[in-house]
Design a protein. Structure first.
Length: 254
């Protein structure tokens, strides 16, 4: 018969593979936890820096445009402050005479204020939702810039482009041509695939030779594909991507 010592030794030897497996798993788990913690820390730091940057851009805009009586801002629906800062800086520097935007809101108010400060220029805003147009009009009146902006109620209509159908703004009420600045922040992307694609095909003939176009949400896959299509169909335009919070594509004709 085996002695107790031999049995104990055999048992310990048989446990070695299990112990090694447990040791490996614990080590792997510790490594995974360390990597996860590192990613979370980097994510939190990135979000914190991004939030601080947006708050700084928002404060800068309010101060520069003297907009301190409350703004029509919604985190999900409004353009991000860094995008707003881009279009405001361009408007104040380039002093466009005719500005067209697709979708009204905070952009309308800020661009109208820019025109007021410039002493020239007018904003034409295509808006398919009557409640949104009314809310924007209220803020334009409150800040005394209603004479610098025209809100055009433009229900979404079927537009056929290159054998494809899109829901896009009706243009019957748009009186302006020779547009110097075009801001595209609508219609919403959830309506259809490539929801903002029609803007350039339908408006290109109305743009001035020096027009600058700003496309918001350009980091989204849909907008990336739209940009590729526009570059193919309008090869003379120059494109620049700016890494704002949601991405901004800038096109220049001149």
């Amino acid at each position: 018969m085996m002695t107790l010592e031999i049995l104990t030794l055999i048992l310990l030897v048989s446990l070695i593979p299990l112990l090694l497996s447990l040791w490996y798993r614990v080590g792997h788990l510790q490594q995974s936890l360390g990597e996860t913690r590192g990613r979370l820390e980097a994510l939190v730091q990135g979000e914190t820096r991004g939030l601080f940057s947006q708050l700084e851009a928002d404060r800068s805009l309010r101060d520069r445009l003297d907009l301190h009586q409350g703004l029509p801002y919604s985190r999900n629906w409004s353009a991000s402050p860094d995008f707003l800062k881009l279009i405001v800086e361009h408007c104040l520097e380039a002093r466009p005479a005719r500005i067209l935007e697709c979708s009204s809101g905070l952009t309308t108010l800020m661009l109208a204020r820019c025109c007021q400060l410039n002493g020239q220029g007018h904003v034409y805003s295509l808006e398919n939702g009557a409640p949104f147009a009314a809310a924007t009009g209220h803020h334009l009146d409150r800040y005394g810039v209603a004479d610098r902006a025209s809100l055009i109620l433009a229900p979404l209509e079927n537009q056929r482009i290159k054998e494809e159908n899109y829901l896009w703004y009706g243009l019957n009420g748009l009186p302006v041509a020779d547009i110097d600045m075009l801001v595209i922040d609508g219609p919403p992307g959830f309506l259809q695939r490539h929801s903002r694609y029609p803007a350039l095909p339908l408006l290109f003939g109305r743009l001035s030779d020096a027009c600058v176009i700003f496309l918001d949400d350009a980091a989204r896959q849909d907008e990336k594909e739209i940009v590729m299509r526009w570059k193919q169909e309008f090869p003379a335009i120059r494109h620049e991507f700016i890494p704002t919070e949601r991405g901004c594509s800038v096109f220049r004709l001149g």
